[in-house]
Write a protein that binds this ligand. Sequence first.
Ligand code: 5GP
Length: 120
Amino acid sequence: MAYDPGNVFARILRGEIPCRKVYEDEHALAFHDINPQAPVHILVIPKGAYQSLEDFSAKASDQELAGFFRAVGEVARSQGLVAPGYRILANHGPHSHQEVPHFHVHIFGGRPLGRMISKT
Ligand code: 5GP
């Protein structure tokens, strides 16, 4: 399936809809999730047009890959999450219930996060 340039995160990247920005550099944009699942719930997205980790890991340049994952770490540090701890999560495809087809990493924190995944 081709990348859909009308997806909501592509629209945020183009400035067509607003977001509560946390961090931005040449490779990544981070902003608060509109429906937070933890006291801190931030999404980090690459600036390139990738649907999920599947094509990001296969097609992105080394600079994009390094820049993106450095941004994830930088956001966690800047939010004070290193000492208390945090979780990152990236969904791909139907079993994961990925909703937005632009690669994103969720950063959760701000409270103890319980088990790794739901049993259901
Ligand atoms: P996924 O299930 O694709 O991994 O997660 C998509 C996430 O994007 C969800 O947590 C959802 O709340 C968030 N989201 C969907 N639309 C918007 C939006 O317009 N703005 C922001 N900030 N987050 C959104």
